[in-house]
Design a binder for this molecule. Sequence first.
Ligand SMILES: Cc1ncc(COP(=O)(O)O)c(C=O)c1O
Length: 376
Amino acid sequence: MFSRRIGSLRPSPIREILSVLDRPDMVSFAGGLPAPEMLPPLSLSAAPTSLQYGPSEGDPELRAVVSEQLRILGLDAPTERVMILSGSQQGIDLVAKLFVDPGTPVAVESPTYLAALQVFRLYGADFTSLNWNNAPMAPLAYVVPTFANPTGRCATDDERDSLARACQDGGVTLFEDDPYRELAYGPCDRKPVAARMHGGSWVYQGSFSKTFAPGLRLGFLAASEDLFPSLVILKQAVDLHSSTLSQQLVRSAITDPSWSNRLDELASFYRKRRDGFDAALHRHLDGLAEWETPAGGLFFWLRLTRPVDTRALLAAAIDRGVAFMPGEEFFPDRPQLGTMRLNFSHADADATERGLRTLAQLLRDGTEKHEGVSNT
Ligand SMILES: Cc1ncc(COP(=O)(O)O)c(C=O)c1O
């Protein structure tokens, strides 16, 4: 009854977890959610055109503003090659549709963004591992170089140069996913990999979810000349165009003179949250886990000192009112046991304290019980 690809359809564990987060007592370290207090105030005075159909590529003025921002980053992204997306998640779907048949190799980091793995899997991708210093062994390489999801890692200048060269020389299409670049709390060279390529095929995408409001579902992509026209046709077939109303709201926010202040405030608010979370991690999980303090983004990546399967731990944690993302889900193939991703942007200081205390307790009490859970 269904298409063959539906055989590889699996529910997103993130969405399943998010469905229990409405419980009033729940502390959530699970999703990459902005802090509620940092969501913008909503004032709706929509022009009639924002309720009308619009172009598939997006609102021309918004595309021009994004193009200018990307030009400053060093990308060859004129307005004609910028497209507004219904969330950057849509860009992953479009690129996967363009490149991936059953069995197509796709090079990815391990671990990497699990909803990208989910999309690539749906189209039948055969994952190969992406090593920053070697040429990707695939026609398409997907990377999150800046404050990666889930690890928070920022690729070095040398790694970025080397991947750009490898893609260009090896005829590999670079797909760079960059939704966290504005959330920087410390030094990190963030010049996009795509901006280091001179020729070759690439797609670069970003999002307004983390800097503005995820509920508006808006992101953007820019692509090299050989790819852009096909991506537009694919988008036409998916949703005709992204919400005109959301585009109006984002355009007026990012062209407002206060936008750069907002970005600064966001970074300083999240820097404080990160530091508070780091201190609470030390209070509760020292000896139980190891981690690096991320220089940006929204996540801590924990490696537990004992390799319990954190998927099994999650059910017990949810019963005790704490949600997190099991790290195993972020691996393209054989999962590494004993890893978890903790979001630090959403919970306030009290909830963080409570949630980490509970997690530490569970890890102390339950390690024996959960140890050795199979790896399948
Ligand atoms: C690496 C990465 N790419 C893409 C997305 C999708 O973001 P959105 O569709 O909200 O723009 C996310 C969301 O968390 C992400 O972490």
